[in-house]
Design a protein around this ligand. Structure first.
Ligand SMILES: [Zn+2]
Length: 250
């Protein structure tokens, strides 16, 4: 079976994504007169931010195979995320992508995507750890902070110059560039610790095995020895994090 690749490069080694095919296609002509729009882009409202995340999520779902309700991965992720449509004051949309990468991501609008490649390697409780970790990123607003920066500092600032506080409809290439900067960039250590701490609380609060936080990170660390995983490009230092989680299990 031919599986479509996730639309983005999976070998991004650091948080810097200045050069990518998406950027190469980007119409830089727009950026030249964008300076005057800077002030406006610094005050993106929550509604505008949500619109940009909604557009990114829709584009990503268009480019990647989403597991449907009758697909085994779709069934499994639905079972594992039962009652999580609304959690901790957040509206969540948790689905699986039928891609081979071992990874997952979250957006500030509550979009969470778990990849089939990760689900193949992880037990149910380990997938729950990943879900909890991604909810942690949503709750802490990590990608929200990033999109503000992306809209301020990149050629995308022109796109953010919407009229009257109304969000622009972004072109496919602009959404691709945003995805690179906001979703594909590596999280900082402090972001990861925050998301891990949230995941541990999530496991305990829902009476799932907290030890799964440790074993999931140990698996990722073991995988990093050979071939590497996409997860490591966005979620650093599994070994150190496994140690932290171990201390919190008790
Ligand atoms: Zn993370």
């Amino acid at each position: 079976m031919h599986r479509r690749q996730i639309m983005l490069l999976s070998a991004l080694a650091s948080g810097v994504s200045a050069v990518s095919p998406v950027w190469a296609q980007f119409n830089l002509g727009k950026a030249l007169d964008a300076g005057k729009d800077l002030a406006k882009s610094q005050t993106l409202s929550d509604a505008e931010l949500k619109s940009y995340f909604d557009q990114m999520a829709a584009e990503s779902d268009k480019k990647n195979p989403v597991a449907g309700p009758s697909d085994p991965y779709g069934k499994r992720v639905a079972a594992l995320s039962q009652k999580l449509q609304s959690y901790d004051g957040l509206n969540l949309d948790i689905k699986a992508y039928l891609v081979t990468d071992v990874n997952a991501f979250a957006m500030a609008n509550g979009t969470i995507r778990i990849f089939a490649g990760l689900m193949d390697k992880f037990t149910d409780d380990e997938v729950r750890y990943v879900i909890g970790h991604e909810i942690g990123h949503v709750k802490a607003g990590h990608t929200k902070a990033r999109i503000q920066t992306a809209m301020r500092t990149s050629a995308l600032k022109n796109a953010a110059a919407a009229t009257g506080g109304k969000a622009s409809v972004l072109a496919e290439s602009e959404l691709g560039a945003l995805f690179e900067q906001v979703i594909k960039a590596q999280h900082s250590q402090s972001n990861e610790r925050e998301a891990d701490d949230y995941a541990m609380k999530f496991m305990k609060a829902n009476q799932y095995a907290p030890q799964a936080c440790v074993t999931a990170l140990e698996k990722l660390d073991a995988m990093s020895g050979g071939g590497g995983t996409a997860w490591l490009s966005t979620h650093p230092s599994p070994k150190e994090r496994a140690g932290r989680m171990k201390q919190q299990v008790a």
